[in-house]
Design a protein around this ligand. Structure first.
Ligand code: BGC
Length: 811
């Protein structure tokens, strides 16, 4: 069952009922100022950091009710309603929500009044703009009222939801004309405030939530709206809000348009006040003056659309498969931008107060983002590397505002260092910019111990070399990619964090997954050494890689698939010897992607085992059989009920690893079958089962053992976005950036047909035509570059050209 449809021409998903199974959200904002907005106008706004600079409140544990947001109420006689249906939930005569790329549109109608909203964050300004157009569709004059509503968060979202004994006394606002200023804590250590303004004189305002709602009322029945009159209260403490009242008279057929602006302003410390107690509004006035008319709004909106058109042009496919076209050209790349911006910090499932920028997560997000805005990727690599420790290990996360690492969600995850190599290598393959390797980068933000980024990569690599266990495989530390496989934790008491409890190191527990990573990214590091002319380091690295391959072949192979790990007693995890958890997806994907087992046939065996034992119609499960009881020696993974999350869920992030691995052994049919199973557009028809947004990936789909098999959770912020884009663009469609130039080597289903790709790479536009006359799954028989046949798959990079035309014929 569907709740809407894709409008590919406008790059929108159109939701036709407000009653979606879960809130279906969108992200507004590209760089610093962000809003999450659901299909019923729920959501929250922050500047740079969802924890430290939260502007509007989110209600926790409220995903489905979704009762707080940036709302507009219309009072028409005795009826009050919202164009996005929430929070009054008054039945509408018509409703539509269009989530687009960086904007959302809503259109609701009731009793001959139509209200349409467009909302977005303009490029370059810390403000969210909403144009509200109210039209009288009836034959009679209408006298109605429009009310806006946002609830301020007192900046630190974590403290805001806990520390009522202080916070209920600190709220402060100012109001001048049509602008409401939120200035809590501005009198002391903050130098920033928020504004909510509208480009028309108002008939009233409200800044106290209790006055707005009336005692014991929720946002669905605000007393002031029902009464048709705001009381012009200046809040002092309690719950500050911002609401405007606009009384409107509309002749039949007449429309009126208003532009609302929700902005963030920073002042220099010595220029905070206009006069004692009155904030300096100069910067706010400058910002608001830019968006005073509908034309201002429309121009800024057009600039946003151009911005995105230019970005999405960097990779564009035309094939006969509309799902692939839509996901590759629009939604998958868009989600890559969002995951790059947010890491795992702020969604409807990530509260913005828990996880900041993940070291591992952000490195992987780069893989799907780097082609869009390489300069931002460069900055991110430096930020991430700056939180690394001198021994090569890493904090697991850092706060976006301070850019400082912290151990709030643990550290000592031994895969982390290698992801830095993955992200850096992807950046250099994309851009050719080796200057980044020479840049001096601090450790733990301490510039006095800075080294080159290349030295950071060496320390990443060497951290694994110097942290091996009894089988010469990498020690796992707290966990590897699978945060929940905690082999050194041994937590017995509820409330202990599996990621922070106990020793972060153990001398015995090992990870075959990290071994696979070490081979894959060790080789990429070696290639960078070669590029930089360091052949002795290259040779050393490759010999360490060979040792690791030998260790995997000796003790990491279980006969039909790769072992997952060895626990703290040196017992195998993910082996036929185990009662439960006999086979895990991660080492199968990673080892084959690294090339391990391709020559001796183990890769094929491992992937056949994946198909036999882990496949479902909704995707490939992370392990089987599911753990049915808690294992002290395995940790959080066994804490989940069977079929959910890391305990035998379909963890979408590593499905593309299997798909990529299949392309490594040339099986395009199977690679694409795996791609399709979790691809949002392909499964739009089962939105009632899947439940999360049909235009983006979710972290997890419940596995075969779960009660709700096929139901997804944790949409938007997942490494699935970057890995899937890597999979489809670089492996299935086969346009892979190498250090020397673009490689063309597709691995598609036999019947995928011919296709054309436009790829902007290092400033050159490649128009690539791929023909597959004999319906093969892999293999390029001829490659013509500007009419000349070249040997091999790599188009040599030539910066003197602006456009290169390529024809590849598969056979
Ligand atoms: C985390 C990832 C981790 C994955 C598997 C996600 O929630 O953000 O870092 O690799 O779970 O445990």
């Amino acid at each position: 069952m569907k709740y809407g449809f894709f409008d590919d021409n406008n790059k929108e998903y159109v939701i036709t009922t407000p009653k979606t199974p879960l809130p279906w959200i969108n992200y507004l904002g590209c760089t610093d100022f962000f809003t999450l907005i659901s299909n019923t106008c729920g959501g929250y706004t922050f500047y740079k950091d969802a924890k430290l600079l939260r502007m509007t409140r989110y209600r926790y544990n409220d995903t489905t009710p979704d009762t707080n947001g940036k709302y507009f109420y219309i009072k028409d006689g005795d009826t009050i309603w919202n164009p996005g249906w929430q929070p009054t939930k008054t039945e509408l005569d018509s409703y539509e929500c269009r989530h687009g790329i960086g904007y959302s549109k809503f259109c609701g109608a009731k009793n001959d009044i139509e209200a349409s909203l467009i909302t977005f964050v303009p490029i370059g300004d810390p403000v969210e703009l909403t144009k509200v157009t109210i039209t009288n569709k009836g034959a009679n004059k209408k006298e109605i009222q429009l009310f806006s509503y946002v609830e301020w968060c007192l900046w630190n979202a974590d403290d805001d939801m806990k520390n009522y004994q202080r916070n209920l006394s600190i709220g402060e606002v100012e109001v001048l004309d049509s602008t409401i200023y939120h200035k809590t804590e501005y009198r002391e250590r903050r130098n920033h405030y928020a504004v909510y303004s509208v480009n028309t004189p108002i008939n009233g305002f409200e800044t106290s939530r209790d006055e707005f709602r009336g005692a014991y009322n929720g946002p669905d029945k605000p007393a002031a709206v029902l009464a048709g009159k705001l009381n012009n209260t200046i809040a002092s403490g309690w719950y500050p809000i911002a609401s405007h009242q606009i009384d409107i008279v509309l002749a039949p057929g007449e429309s009126k348009t208003f532009v609302f602006a929700l902005g963030y302003i920073e002042n220099p410390d010595d220029d905070k006040w206009e006069k004692p107690g009155v904030i300096n509004k100069t910067k706010a006035n400058t910002l608001l003056s830019k968006y005073q008319t509908s034309e201002d709004f429309d121009n800024a909106f057009a600039a946003l659309c151009d911005y995105w058109d230019n970005l999405l042009r960097k990779f564009h496919i035309e094939s006969k498969d509309e799902h692939v076209n839509r996901m590759v050209n629009i939604w998958n790349q868009y989600q890559c931008m969002v995951t790059f911006n947010m890491s795992r910090s702020a969604s409807y499932y990530e509260t913005g107060i828990g996880r900041g920028m993940g070291f591992r997560d952000s490195c992987q997000d780069l893989l799907g983002f780097v082609h869009l805005i390489p300069d931002r990727a460069r900055e991110r690599i430096i930020d991430i590397a700056s939180t690394q420790f001198q021994d090569g290990s890493a904090y697991h996360q850092y706060q976006p505002l301070t850019k400082k690492g912290n151990s709030d969600i643990g550290s000592g995850f031994n895969d982390d260092p290698l992801w830095l190599i993955a992200g850096t290598s992807a950046y250099i393959r994309e851009t050719g910019d080796t200057s980044i390797l020479k840049k001096m980068v601090p450790y733990d933000n301490d510039m006095s111990v800075a080294t080159t980024l290349m030295e950071h990569l060496k320390r990443s690599f060497d951290y694994i070399v110097t942290h091996k266990g009894p089988h010469d495989l990498p020690l796992i530390g707290r966990a590897d990619w699978n945060d929940c496989l905690n082999l050194n934790c041994f937590s017995e008491h509820p409330g202990e964090s599996f990621q922070c409890f106990g020793p972060s190191e153990g001398p015995v527990a090992e990870s075959v997954f990290i071994a696979g990573m070490f081979v894959k990214y060790g080789r990429e590091y070696a290639a960078l050494c070669k590029l930089m002319g360091d052949s002795s380091e290259e040779a050393r690295v490759l010999s360490e890689v060979d040792k690791m391959i030998a260790a995997i072949e000796k003790d990491g192979w279980d006969g039909e698939w790769f072992v997952r790990a060895y626990d703290a007693y040196s017992h195998k995890v993910g082996s036929k010897e185990c009662d439960e958890g006999q086979i895990y997806i991660e080492p199968q994907g990673m080892c084959v992607m690294a090339g391990v087992g391709i020559e001796n046939g183990n890769a094929e065996k491992a992937l056949n085992s994946v198909k036999d034992k882990l496949d479902t119609k909704y995707g490939v499960m992370i392990l089987q059989p599911a753990y049915t009881k808690y294992h002290l020696e395995l940790g959080e993974i066994t804490s989940y009920p069977p079929g959910y999350k890391e305990n035998a869920g379909i963890f979408c992030h590593n499905n593309p690893w299997i798909s990529i691995a299949e392309t490594c052994i040339g099986r395009g049919n199977r690679a694409f079958e795996v791609y399709k199973k979790t691809c949002p557009s392909y499964i739009e028809d089962i939105s009632d089962i899947h439940r999360t947004e049909p235009y983006v990936y979710s972290q997890m789909v419940a596995g075969a053992d779960a009660k709700f098999h096929g139901e997804a959770k944790n949409s938007w912020l997942t490494g699935t976005a970057a890995w899937t884009f890597t999979n489809i663009s670089q492996y299935i469609l086969g346009i892979y950036p190498t250090l020397d130039g673009l490689s063309v080597n597709p691995c598609t289903p036999a019947d995928f047909g011919d296709f054309n790709i436009t790829r902007v790479y290092r400033g050159v536009t490649y128009n690539i035509e791929i023909k597959n006359p004999n319906k093969v799954q892999k293999g390029v028989a001829s490659l013509l570059v500007d009419g000349k046949e070249i040997k091999g798959n790599i188009i040599p990079f030539d910066s003197s050209k602006k456009v290169v035309n390529v024809t590849a014929t598969m056979n």
